[in-house]
Design a protein around this ligand. Structure first.
Ligand code: SF4
Length: 374
């Protein structure tokens, strides 16, 4: 496989790079299996920052680990397809790929930055060795000198001077370690970088610095980012689009602006009211009552119904489908948006440049299970 070079893309920004369809992940097997991710559909486009939000335990990290085949036991992928587009036209289903293919594609096409750089970096190896070893493993023809020069270049990209190349991880601050991880993730110029809570453990000043550098790198090199965090307010600042997960299910997906200005799912609304607003008028933080459900004993119907202040009679019995709602490619899994009655005003705000809520077409109503809609 030839090395992917990130230049102005031939197929143009916006093409699908990673398509996740019907992904299901269990922990354990048989009757004791816990359904950690259920029927997840996500598409990451070229150059896009796609945010994946939700409380702890909602399945965000499990989804990313499963999609990249890094899931550890007792995690089991039970269904789905993860199509990676690479090399200007080739497609591979990562769930079917052999170990050799995965080894080539990881880091060169898809790389990963985890929350704890201290755990991800080797504590007894210098930064230089870790960077050059990664280059040597994937680009064996690269000369020793070229590897060293590339290591300097990578550190410079993330704002670390070359004199730290000889440092070991414990000699660096938390922010510097995370920058080293980002440098390693970009070493082979991947198309996709998956970031799982990459700045959560850092103070807010360092977090902001790293995010600004990251967005600058994204603009320069054109890679796409799947950014996983519980912090929806952070995603609204950096993401192009956002998917919200609850109890292993995707409940809403929309452009970041549409999600922020006009949430359609009660859980999204609750998350937005769980963080102080960075822009606009001050609104009281109300949070979400209750706790996420135990995945071993999920509620019937809509899994969010025990915590939902808008719940309808049907919500305890009928699972709402994840379906298109309004315009702009938004999908929502909530009976409020798929029933005949207008949703409450809080969940029907007009989107900037898009239409306000409109009743679903008669055809789509006919496909939903019968029951009281209001
Ligand atoms: Fe609330 Fe019902 Fe919508 Fe679920 S389907 S989020 S319970 S209104």
């Amino acid at each position: 496989m030839s090395q992917h070079v990130v230049t102005e893309p031939e197929r143009g920004r916006g093409d699908a790079l990673l398509e996740i369809h019907g992904l299901c992940v269990d922990y354990g097997q048989g009757s004791d299996a816990v359904h950690a991710v259920a029927d997840a559909d996500l598409v990451l486009h070229r150059g896009e920052v796609l945010g994946l939000a939700g409380e702890s335990g909602s399945g965000k990290s499990t989804l990313a680990m499963a999609a990249t085949r890094l899931l550890r036991e007792p995690g089991v992928i039970t269904a789905g397809e993860v199509r990676l587009h690479y090399d200007s036209g080739s497609v591979v289903d990562l769930l079917e790929a052999g170990a050799g293919t995965l080894r080539v594609l990881r880091w060169s096409e898809v790389s990963l930055v985890m929350q704890s750089a201290m755990n991800a970096l080797n504590p007894v190896m210098s930064v230089r060795t870790q960077l050059t070893d990664a280059l040597a493993a994937h680009e064996p023809d690269m000369s020793r000198r070229a590897r060293r020069e590339r290591a300097v270049e990578l550190l410079d990209m993330v704002g670390i001077s070359a004199d730290r190349l000889g440092s070991h991880p414990h000699e660096l601050s938390g922010g510097m370690r995370q920058r080293v991880m980002i440098a390693m993730a970009l070493a082979l110029r991947p198309q996709i970088v998956i970031m799982d809570e990459p700045t959560t453990a850092l103070d807010v000043v360092t977090q902001r610095e790293i995010l600004e550098e990251l967005m600058d790198l994204r603009d320069r090199f054109g890679f796409a980012i799947l950014f996983i965090t519980h912090d929806l307010s952070l995603l609204i600042e950096i993401a192009d689009s956002i998917a919200v997960m609850y109890a292993g299910r995707l409940v809403e997906r929309a452009s970041a602006q549409a999600l922020f200005r006009a949430p359609r799912h009660p859980y999204t609304l609750g998350l937005l009211h769980s963080f102080p607003a960075l822009h606009g008028p001050r609104v009281p933080m109300t949070g979400i009552p209750g706790s996420p459900p135990d995945l071993r004993m999920l509620p019937s119907g809509c899994v969010f119904h025990p915590r939902c202040r808008f719940a309808l009679a049907r919500c305890a019995d009928e699972v709402p489908p994840l379906e298109a709602s309004g315009t702009g490619g938004r999908v929502v899994a909530c009976w409020l948006q798929h029933g005949p009655e207008p949703p409450p005003a809080e969940l029907a705000r007009p989107e900037p440049g898009l239409e306000a809520w409109a009743p679903p077409a008669a055809d789509s109503r006919a496909t939903t299970p019968s029951g009281s809609a209001a």
